[in-house]
Design a binder for this molecule. Structure first.
Ligand SMILES: Cc1cc2nc3c(=O)[nH]c(=O)nc-3n(C[C@H](O)[C@H](O)[C@H](O)COP(=O)(O)O)c2cc1C
Length: 331
């Protein structure tokens, strides 16, 4: 059934159809009975033992990855589909239009997506309002925070920019993910740089919020880079890691961007394995990257992921993939 719907959806450019569907769903979700209908016909209610992690109760292991609902506008809809958690964002302190369009490209043959969105979002204040309005019941909501996409905001100002979002959003989130793969210097160094990371985490720690804190890592971190990130993170009480973000790539037709989907699968699971070897067992690991099938989902759990997030699978396989994943993991 989804293969027919997909043919129609793929007639439109990716971001156009994304925006059309969001506009439709925002209205539809307000109609009485719509969410019950979605939950009844599409919702993944296949049984999986709830997981208690970092003091949070996840009703299943599948989450919607950051970037799909950047502003947290359809929280009730994702809950009706059966997600155990979702990551709103990336949210930045200041609202941003992001890079010029087109900036999302389907690589259909490879079941992958290339994007260079440039952190388009409505800004932390608006997202805070959306989170306050959301009528979710049991889905866990993480908020993914990044530095405002501006070459003017770097170094110390970059840290302050992240903290501004953190102060606004952490009290409204079940957990916070710091997206530390964004540049914070003129040379393009990210918060994965040990000096910058130490400074950021020291300041976050000083605020003494109780919200569990995760870091989202790039799949191209070197062995040494990963060890540094882990050592610093453990010193400052980081609760978990999301592995991974998109894979930087220069496409011959579409230009530069980050890869998601099948083309990210190998590097993302490789990083997951390296991380599991280096981390103490109480540290939570969320897998993200190239989880397209129910088998991929179970593999990541076997590699030691506590939770798994999807993005491309929803585009290429449709919402019923959740049910397939939960059913296979039960068997
Ligand atoms: C169009 C698009 C936008 C994204 N935006 C964000 C973002 O704002 N913040 C973030 O941390 N990850 C973002 N991601 C990365 C996803 O959260 C996810 O880590 C990545 O797509 C790998 O998962 P997948 O292979 O299941 O798609 C984005 C991905 C795509 C395709």
């Amino acid at each position: 059934m989804y293969s027919i719907i997909r043919k129609f959806l793929f007639l439109f450019p990716p971001e156009t159809i994304h925006d059309i569907l969001f506009s439709f769903l925002k209205v539809a979700c307000k109609l009485p009975g719509f969410l019950t209908f979605i939950s009844f016909f599409w919702g993944a209610r296949a049984p999986q033992e709830p997981k208690e992690l970092c003091g949070l109760r996840f009703c299943n292991s599948i989450g919607l990855a950051a970037g799909f609902d950047k502003n947290g506008e359809l929280i009730e809809f994702w809950e009706a589909l059966g997600f155990g958690h979702m990551e709103v964002g990336s949210v930045t302190s200041l609202p941003s239009q992001g890079n010029p369009k087109p900036r999302i490209f389907r690589l259909r043959e490879q079941e992958s997506i290339l994007n260079r969105c440039g952190l388009n979002n409505d800004g932390a204040k608006q997202v805070a309002l959306n989170l306050q309005k959301a009528r979710k019941k049991k889905m866990i909501i993480g908020v993914n925070i990044a530095k405002t996409h501006s070459p003017e905001i770097i170094g110390r100002a970059g840290v302050r920019d992240m903290l501004d979002s953190y102060v606004l959003l952490a009290p409204l989130a079940d957990y916070v993910t710091l997206n530390i793969s964004c540049p914070n210097t003129r040379e393009g160094k990210t918060f994965e740089d040990p000096v910058l990371l130490e400074e950021l985490l020291r300041e976050v720690h000083a605020l003494r919020y109780n919200t569990p804190l995760f870091l989202k890592l790039s799949p191209i971190l070197t062995e040494r880079g990963l060890e540094d990130v882990i050592n610093i993170s453990l010193r400052w009480g980081i609760n978990g890691f999301v592995v991974s973000n998109t894979l930087p790539y220069e496409h011959e037709t579409f230009g530069r961007g980050g890869l998601s989907g099948l083309l990210l699968q190998e590097s993302s699971s490789h990083l997951l394995q390296k991380l599991k070897d280096l981390l103490p067992s109480e540290c939570l690991v969320v897998a993200s990257g190239g989880v397209l099938t129910a088998e991929n989902f179970v593999e990541r759990l076997h590699l030691g992921a506590n939770l798994v997030q999807i993005y491309s699978a929803l585009i290429y396989r449709g919402p019923s993939i959740l049910k397939e994943m939960l059913l296979l993991s039960k068997n």
